[in-house]
Design a protein around this ligand. Structure first.
Ligand code: NIG
Ligand code: FE
Length: 450
């Protein structure tokens, strides 16, 4: 799948919640189930179908975020990998009498989950950092001593292409077991032309060779501006030039990524540096996302809004102005409670203020070896309920429709609606709130591309 998406102009100029959904173009059909000759498949015996179909593909904001549009005792008709219609089972069984059948065995059925912020290409875990933190060191102190992101950089640079692919595969299968059908995947542990390209090539390999069979697809993002690599210590301006002059153009030329990201943070990239990098990326035709206002109120969120980024992510320190700017720009706020929790931060993202202000709020795992080794959207939902004060239903919207919007993939993913991809996650639960409730358990029974 070439995950190429049209620019979200409408979302830039009006708030996304009033804006029309940007049109998704040029995606070929993915995996299909067994079919009869007319090609229709009926997914039936669904105890409860959570559609998130509100009549269009627009993300859900404000009080509308908790409305999941549920149909009990339902079925879904599918043809050529696309949803034809859904509705009460009895009516659909009559209408699609000749269709092949897939039996959901009384599952709770949701759209395939979307995880809009992950770092799944890494060669080694960072359990050593974890132990150092437990002994009292902070994330920033570990990073300053050459651990943290830079230890993952060393491991990626030393790893063969085959090892990068093998570990990526293991990480994605974990996400898939937790219901994820589409994930964003960042580079950012290479920090050289060669190694950023190798990371993105691993992601491209996955989409070409493995995604179809494994049932999880990736949206590639270049995060060359994740940190200043050791060989550029004291020459940070030169590294910014390398990113702008070499890495991003090469990535773009070779169609290795659709989006660019910057870690805009004190001691990493300043707002001015981030603006330069992101503007250059946008000029190359890449869409944007930003690691913003995570450890300090530096201004990355406002920058993301100013540049019309797809999303600003983390946002623990986002202030009132940033929230208003995100709402106006239609830039999604992708909140990552897994990393807030795992870093034992005192400050959680102001999700309620964001929701009440009309920001498109999405959730992601931030799956990575340092700050968030969690591959479970459900666990992140639990944290979002308890610490971000989101309702379990809002969490479902945040990991489906709004997450798809954060990747500008909402015309294809994120809800069960005629014309969209027929990709479902099946759960051993009676109601959606149980997913967040079953803390530490995995109620997902699989992701089905019908
Ligand atoms: O999203 N904040 C910066 N980047 C990652 C952490 C990556 C790492 O620690 O390896 C994050 O939390
Ligand atoms: Fe991240």
């Amino acid at each position: 799948m070439r995950v190429r998406v049209s620019r979200a102009e409408s979302a830039r100029s009006r708030g996304a919640c009033e804006g029309r959904a940007p049109v998704r173009e040029g995606v070929r059909r993915m995996r299909n189930g067994s079919r009869r000759s007319d090609g229709t498949v009926l997914l039936r015996n669904i105890a409860r179908l959570v559609t998130l179909d509100h009549g269009d593909d627009a993300p859900r904001c404000g009080s509308a975020m908790g409305d999941l549009a549920v149909v009990d005792r339902a079925a879904v008709a599918v043809r050529a990998g696309r949803i034809l219609e859904y509705g009460p089972e009895r009516a659909l069984v009559r209408r699609y009498r000749g269709a092949a059948v897939r039996d959901a065995e009384q599952a709770l059925v949701l759209p395939g989950l979307v995880d809009p912020h992950t770092h799944p290409v890494f060669a080694a875990n960072r359990v050593g950092d974890f132990k150092r933190r437990l002994a009292g060191a902070t994330y920033q102190e570990i990073a300053a001593a050459g651990g943290g992101i830079l230890s993952s950089v060393r491991a990626v640079r030393e790893a063969s292409d085959a090892r990068l692919r093998r570990t990526l595969e293991a990480h994605l299968l974990r996400l898939g077991r937790h219901g994820v059908a589409l994930a964003e995947a960042k580079s950012g542990y290479g920090l050289s032309l060669r190694d950023e390209v190798r990371m993105l090539e691993a992601i491209g390999w996955w989409n070409r060779r493995r995604a179809d069979a494994a049932g999880i697809w990736l949206v590639p993002t270049c995060l060359a501006a994740h940190s200043v690599p050791p060989e550029y210590r004291g020459r940070r301006a030169d590294y910014v030039e390398l990113v702008i002059g070499s890495i991003l153009p090469a990535v773009r030329r070779r169609h290795l990524a659709e989006r660019a990201d910057v870690f805009c943070e004190e001691g990493v990239f300043s707002v001015a540096e981030s603006r330069r990098i992101l503007t250059a990326a946008r000029d190359l035709g890449l869409r944007l996302t930003v690691h913003a206002d995570q450890l300090s109120a530096l201004g990355g969120g406002a920058l993301a809004a100013e540049l019309g980024a797809d999303s600003a992510d983390h946002l623990e320190y986002a202030d009132r102005r940033t929230i208003a700017a995100l709402a106006r720009a239609g830039t999604a706020a992708v909140l990552l409670p897994g990393s807030t929790f795992f870093l034992q931060m005192k400050r959680w993202a102001p999700a309620r203020k964001m929701i009440d202000s009309g920001v498109v709020v999405a959730l992601a795992t931030d799956f990575n070896p340092g700050s968030s080794p969690v591959a479970s959207p459900a666990a992140c939902m639990t944290l979002a309920c308890l610490h971000l004060k989101m309702t379990p239903e809002e969490c479902v919207t945040a990991f489906t429709l709004n997450a798809a919007y954060a990747l500008r993939m909402q015309a294809e993913f994120g809800s069960i609606r005629p014309g969209k991809r027929a990709v479902f996650s099946l759960w051993r639960a009676e109601e959606p709130a149980e997913i967040a409730y079953a803390f530490g358990d995995n109620l997902c029974e699989g992701v089905w591309w019908v």
